[in-house]
Design a protein around this ligand. Structure first.
Ligand code: TGC
Ligand code: FAD
Length: 390
């Protein structure tokens, strides 16, 4: 199950550089060694394997595209995508932990922070000494973050922050939270809130049937005094957090592919070995139809990712292009997981195989970072020029 073959039907590996292949293979080996042996237990017992944070840092899996001067990997966006693919081949929950750290915490600090903020937080986030989280969603504002109520006032020598955030990956363990809140004028700004600040708490959300190996919580701000030097001054307005989402959504497009590959490979191997009616079930036309369609969808999704990565490297990828890839790739991964689950019959529901875990994880992935339908509406807006959100 975990020898990790990577379907490459169109020989896309030939289009990767030696460095990209080396980075991908190193991430693949790491996941095989550190994630695969423990992930089923973590998910079954709903325990986030927090000791992996440091190991992810040591392996260079945090902030791959942040410059090396700040502890990052200085890699291109295709390498970042390949890392996300391999991590999610292991588990979407651990990919969530890593994409929040890289795209939603390190990215805004790097893009919108000043030099002292960058030097204060980025190297420790890169090494896994610190864990971060990103607070945009609120109990009453998920798809529509522009309505957020979390706000801060200028109190002269500090800001006073009030409000709450919901569904925040990593929050109960995070050392810092990049929080999006409105000022007195209603303008959205990013603030870095640090663990231990008075009035700040991050209770865990329990009983998830999805991403059980990832820790999720709330963020509650009750008159939290945030030092003025914790404001990210480089960009304000809703576009600031949405731009971070572009980076995370891009990584998820690759990540979902990893989960899809794992389900496909598991189903391919299982159906070649499992016999019914005196022959391998892979010999029946219905099974072959499923496998052929899975491989076709994986190949199409790989092409989307690779081209999007090239555009991103050239600074030309648009938000709508990223929405198309996130929406398509998560959808095909979810469909492949559901089909693969059926192909394993009763065995498909057990933790002996990774498929049911991927399937349940992907139910969150299809919802977070913009739901399936929100991405469709982003594309509708792009095509027609008419926003249909409101
Ligand atoms: P709208 O008026 O369209 O835009 C407001 C401002 O933002 C700009 N903008 C973007 N900028 C960069 N990247 C994007 N993708 C952008 N989309 C919009 C836009 O140009 C405008 O700028 P300006 O200067 O004119 O003010 O905003 P709207 O309120 O109509 O909303 C648009 C909509 C619905 C697409 C947006 O709100 C949206 O994407 N909603 C979905 C929310 C979402 O994705 N939340 C994710 C939370 S984080 C998360 O889920 C982490 S899970 C992580 C994990 O565990 O992996
Ligand atoms: P809602 O916005 O209430 O949507 C409910 C349904 O209504 C959806 O099907 C949606 O598509 C539909 N809908 C909404 N508006 C429209 C419309 N205009 N037209 C048609 N249909 C519409 N957020 C963070 O900020 N940081 C995190 O780290 C984070 N991690 C998460 C981890 C997990 C496990 C989960 C489940 C969520 C996480 N989120 C995080 C929140 C996530 O981004 C939101 O769940 C998501 O944006 C959807 O918001 P909602 O759940 O409030 O659903």
């Amino acid at each position: 199950v975990d020898d990790f073959q990577s379907p490459d039907f169109y020989q896309l590996d030939d289009l990767l550089t030696d460095e990209q292949l080396m980075i991908r293979n190193a991430a693949r080996e790491f996941v095989k060694k550190e994630v695969s042996p423990i992930i089923e237990d973590s998910a079954q017992s709903a325990k986030f394997p927090s000791y992996l944070i440091k190991k992810f840092g040591e392996q260079g899996l945090f902030g791959p595209s942040i410059p090396e001067a700040y502890g990052g990997g200085g890699m291109c966006d295709i390498s970042y995508g390949l890392i996300m693919q391999e991590v999610e081949r292991g588990d979407s929950g651990l990919r969530s932990m890593a994409s929040v750290q890289s795209s939603l915490v390190m990215h805004p600090i790097f893009e919108y922070g000043n030099e002292s903020q960058r030097m204060k937080w980025l190297p420790k986030l890169a090494s896994g000494e610190m864990l971060g989280c990103f607070g945009l969603t609120e109990p009453d504002f998920g798809s529509n973050p522009s309505g957020m109520r979390t706000h801060f006032t200028d109190e002269g020598d500090h800001y006073l922050l009030n409000g709450s955030k919901m569904w925040i990956t990593n929050s109960p363990l995070a050392d810092i939270a990049v929080v999006w809140a409105k000022n007195e004028a209603g303008r959205v700004h990013g603030l870095v809130v640090e663990k231990g600040m008075e009035g700040f708490s991050a209770p865990e959300i329990h009983n998830k049937w999805s991403l059980r190996a990832s820790i999720t919580g709330e963020l509650v701000f009750d008159n939290v005094k945030v030092p003025k030097e914790n404001l990210l001054e480089g960009k304000s307005g809703l576009g600031a957090p949405l731009k971070c989402l572009d980076s995370a959504r891009y990584g998820i497009s690759w990540g979902a592919l990893g989960a899809a590959m794992d389900c496909y490979e598991t189903a391919r191997k299982y159906t070649l070995e499992r016999e019914q009616f005196d022959k391998p079930i892979a010999g029946f036309q219905l099974t072959q139809k499923k496998l052929a369609e899975m491989l076709t969808e994986i190949t199409k999704a790989q092409l989307l990712c690779l081209r999007l990565g090239q555009l991103k490297n050239a600074g030309k990828a648009t938000s709508a292009q990223i929405s198309m890839a996130k929406r398509n790739n998560v959808e095909i991964a979810l469909k492949i997981a559901r089909e693969a689950r059926q192909m394993l019959g009763g065995m498909g529901i057990t933790g002996e195989y990774p498929i049911m875990r991927h399937m349940m994880n992907l139910e969150s992935v299809v919802t977070y970072e913009g739901t399936h339908d929100i991405h469709l509406l982003i594309l509708g807006h792009e095509i027609t020029g008419i926003p249909a959100f409101k």
